[in-house]
Design a protein around this ligand. Structure first.
Ligand code: GLP
Length: 249
């Protein structure tokens, strides 16, 4: 893992935008794995700016989102589908037929998981996977567990994840209790993983991920084994890293 230290949310977003823009310039038909949540919002704004000002081209790109809530239709205001359209897709020239999400309305979750895995494979695999991180170090919706999940699957969300995501809903009881998520194995197959963390509430997850024991109790810790991970932290998210952790960078 390579780590990039930045001062604040904006500079973290700027560094991430440069990496994604470079990926698209070098390989216009890149397959991107994209993420939702607050963390990538400014990064998406910066990509839109690059599209508008210097013609960053998404026309040949394909995207696979990490996850979607179970029970929400793509048009639901809180669906991740809608989030991505509002925050990125509707503002750049990505083609609709190259945008993929796990289907939160699928009756058969196992079949849906397989369909999603096959679609990723048929597209040639993910070149660059963007990730945020949960306060409990979940990635996608892969919650702390007894073993690392492999493929796209249905997950039951933990209470603290439901509470953390309640800010996007009218109230906590409206947050879906389940989601479809790429597995840790799906994420791990990406050729390059870009993990972003901003703010003090992510500091412990960053420390555990970067310098802790590799364990499914800290889902993101498996990334220590991946050959090409770039972690970008702002000052607060990197604040608990020890001198040893900083040396590893
Ligand atoms: C959700 C998403 C994750 C995201 C996490 C952190 O659980 N499924 O992909 O990384 O929230 O969100 P935020 O960036 O809002 O802190």
């Amino acid at each position: 893992m390579r780590i990039i230290f930045t001062d604040h949310y904006e500079s973290m977003s700027e560094e991430a935008a440069k990496i994604i823009a470079a990926q698209l310039w070098l390989k216009p038909d890149s397959v991107l794995g994209l993420a939702t949540g607050s963390t990538p919002v400014m990064l998406y704004q910066k990509l839109i700016h690059l599209y508008e000002t210097v013609g960053l081209d998404f026309s040949q790109a394909t995207s696979f989102n990490l996850d979607e809530y179970v029970g929400l239709s793509p048009n639901d205001e809180q669906s991740y589908h809608r989030f991505m359209h509002e925050n990125l897709f509707d503002h750049v020239n990505i083609r609709n037929e190259r945008i993929f999400f796990p289907d939160g309305l699928a009756d058969d979750a196992a079949a849906e998981g397989m369909r999603y895995e096959k679609a990723i494979e048929a597209a040639g695999g993910i070149d660059l996977q963007l990730l945020g991180i949960g306060r409990n170090a979940h990635i996608g919706f892969n919650e702390p567990a007894d073993c690392f999940t492999r493929t796209t699957h249905k997950v039951a969300l933990k209470g603290n994840t439901i509470a953390a995501n309640a800010r996007f809903f009218a109230s906590e009881k409206d947050v879906p209790r389940e989601a479809m998520s790429m597995g840790i194995g799906t994420i791990f197959q990406a050729r390059h993983i870009l993990l972003l963390a901003s703010g003090a509430e992510k500091a412990q997850a960053v420390k555990d991920t970067w310098e802790g024991t590799i364990t499914p109790a800290v889902p993101a810790s498996i990334l220590q084994l991946h050959p090409h991970v770039t972690l970008i932290v702002d000052r607060e998210a990197g604040s608990l890293l020890t001198a040893k952790g900083k040396e590893l960078a």
